[in-house]
Design a protein around this ligand. Structure first.
Ligand SMILES: Nc1ncnc2c1ncn2[C@@H]1O[C@H](COP(=O)(O)OP(=O)(O)OP(=O)(O)O)[C@@H](O)[C@H]1O
Length: 584
């Protein structure tokens, strides 16, 4: 590169605040070396190694500002990614100086201010990703960007109307979780609620929120209605809360009531209502309120919960650790026992008998990489499941938590993929005839046990799919096959998460599209987690795993889980062989 360009790049990096990265061996980014021949970290050059084409600086803890004026001195710059850092400040209008830019990735930083109008002066730009930042203000009119394929701006604080785009040409689009207002344009085509949710003042058929007939005049009215109905709901909640608290105070012995409905649980002996001075578990509240319905707790024999009684659970202090779309999760530490988690599933339209039958089947199937159910309870109103608390957290946390997956190397990821694929294959095989797939497979449901072995959690609990009430159902019917296929699809998503280190949104379709497009554009390396690249993992084998992921996510002919497991297992063997054959 030209000396003037090198100087500009050094200024660019200085402003990005590289921190201690500068001392990393091979870091480059100084005026005495060349970005191409000295292979500066994050820089890719053209075939002849003379001009910089891509700058990818992801997850490097950069904390400064993005200086477009400097970086755009690189006249051939096609790709700029600074995702997942802590970059602050505004986006300069000089972004438009990067005339040849095709890919701009800024997600997962702390940018603020608006997107400059000049961003729509980038004639070749295909992908703009500004999600997960603190951007504000109105979005510019993107309709003149005829080359744009994806625009992701979710999780910011953009205001004003949904901007104009060539929606028919867009492959990926989201403005979810902002403060946009007014009607969703008519021409947004294939983009559904996922692309728009989380904007309370937005209306349109996609969101099933009707827009006022004369938008300009009635807009404020609609807003008022939304606002007031919001207040009404809030007021309602407060009243209910007060009522519940009042109830709690008057009912002195809630445990007794629950206990009287526990018919065939393993409880016996002392009255649970006695000397109960501890914080009562939150999940017991509704059990009490569901009074009158006979219910049962089944405690499975396991050394972990030897002699655990339902009352012990109810009496122990409980801490809410998750509230998902299927229910809440509490961490509970019964007297003298190991900490457990209690999953409380809401709104599952399944009878108590069916639930029991289903759980009996699930608990029969045991696999070392599947977290066993310790106990379950069902009343008409609610279903509770008990598992051992896993203090080492989930795969999601390992990949996207504060450590950012950096100490989670390629070998461990491949081995995790292989173990979990094996576990899921086994479960599918054993529960095929009963039509019980996992149903909610994702990285928060892969937990690390005390030996840091990955374990599949919450198998078969969620029925996002309709439960078939007919006991004589044909297990090969379409719906059933689809649900097992959904697990395979979800497994593909987790593979993508492992490979890219990126969290998943909207069922992974966005991530899959992105990966597919990137692969098509032949810069595959850019999809992989920076931590894997830095580690020097075999790109060839990462690509093979990527292909397995995309196969899983292929909706027309997805493979069976057993096939997936076989592919990963042979890849793992190959990887291990290469380790032992190369230098020690
Ligand atoms: N046995 C466990 N031990 C420790 N942490 C757990 C355990 N089970 C779940 N978790 C963690 O607790 C958090 C909340 O779990 P929860 O199951 O409520 O949410 P979710 O899996 O994200 O959503 P949902 O299951 O409702 O779709 C998750 O981060 C999950 O990884």
């Amino acid at each position: 590169e030209d000396q003037s360009v090198i100087q500009a790049l050094v200024v660019f990096m200085d402003k990005l605040g590289p921190g201690s990265m500068q001392t990393t061996p091979g870091w480059g980014w100084n005026t005495s070396s060349d970005p191409c021949t000295s292979k500066w970290v994050g820089v890719t050059c053209d075939k002849n190694n003379v001009s910089v084409k891509k700058i990818v600086l992801e997850k490097l803890n950069l904390t400064g500002n993005l200086d477009f004026e400097s970086v755009c001195k690189v006249s051939n710059l096609l790709v700029l990614s600074v995702s997942f850092n802590n970059i602050t400040g505004n986006l300069q209008q000089e972004v438009a100086n990067c005339k040849r830019l095709t890919h701009l990735y800024l997600s997962g930083n702390r940018f603020s201010g608006g997107l400059p109008d000049s961003i729509t002066d980038l004639p070749n730009v295909k992908r703009i990703v500004v999600s997960n930042n603190g951007f504000t203000g109105q979005l510019p009119d993107f309709s003149r960007l005829t080359s744009l394929l994806t625009f992701f701006a979710q999780n910011n604080q953009f205001t004003g109307p949904v901007p104009r785009f060539n929606y028919r040409q867009l492959e990926g689009f989201s403005v979810a979780n902002n403060d946009l207002s007014g009607p969703i344009p008519d021409d947004t085509g294939r983009f559904d609620a996922n692309s728009f949710v989380g904007n309370p003042q937005l209306c349109g058929k996609e969101l099933a929120v009707q827009c006022p007939v004369k938008p300009s005049k009635k807009k404020s009215k609609l807003r008022d209605v939304l606002l007031y109905s919001g207040y009404a709901v809030l007021a309602g909640i407060v009243v209910v809360l007060i009522a519940i608290i009042a109830c709690k105070k008057t009912k002195k012995r809630p445990g007794v009531k629950i206990r009287s409905h526990v018919k065939n649980g393993s409880d016996s002996g002392r009255s649970s209502g006695s000397k109960n001075s501890r914080t009562r578990s939150e999940f017991s509240t509704t059990s009490v309120e569901s009074g009158g319905v006979s219910s049962s707790m089944v405690v499975l024999s396991s050394p972990v919960v030897n002699g655990l009684k339902f009352e012990d659970l109810l009496r122990a202090p409980a801490e809410l650790i998750g509230r998902g779309k299927h229910g809440s999760l509490y961490k509970v530490r019964p007297d003298n026992g190991v900490p457990v988690v209690v999953k409380r599933i809401k709104d599952w339209k399944i009878s108590r008998d069916e639930f029991k039958k289903r759980l009996q089947k699930i608990v029969e199937v045991k696999h070392p990489n599947v977290l066993p159910v310790l106990a379950y309870y069902s009343s008409k109103q609610e279903k509770l499941l008990v598992y051992e608390f896993q203090q080492n957290g989930s795969l999601f946390r390992l990949l996207h938590g504060s450590q950012n997956g950096q100490i989670f190397g390629w070998g461990s990821r491949l081995s995790l993929a292989s173990s979990i694929a094996g576990a899921l294959t086994f479960m599918h095989h054993e529960l095929q005839a009963d039509s019980i797939p996992h149903g909610n497979f994702k990285s928060t449901n892969i937990l690390f046990n005390n030996n840091m072995e990955p374990c599949l959690s919450e198998y078969g609990l969620m029925s996002t799919y309709n439960h078939d009430p007919n006991p004589d159902h044909d297990p090969t019917n379409v719906q059933t096959t689809n649900t097992f296929e959904s697990d395979v699809h979800a497994f593909g998503v987790v593979l993508l998460e492992l490979l890219t280190g990126k969290p998943v949104q909207d069922n992974g379709s966005g991530l899959a599209k992105w990966v597919t497009s990137v692969v098509k554009e032949e810069w595959t390396v850019e999809v992989f987690d920076k931590a894997l690249i830095v580690e020097g993992a075999s790109e060839e084998r990462m690509v093979v795993l990527l292909q397995v992921a995309l196969k899983c996510m292929n909706n027309s002919t997805p493979p069976a889980m057993a096939e997936v497991a076989a592919m990963i297992s042979s890849l793992k063997e190959e990887d291990e062989r290469s380790m032992t054959s190369s230098d020690p």
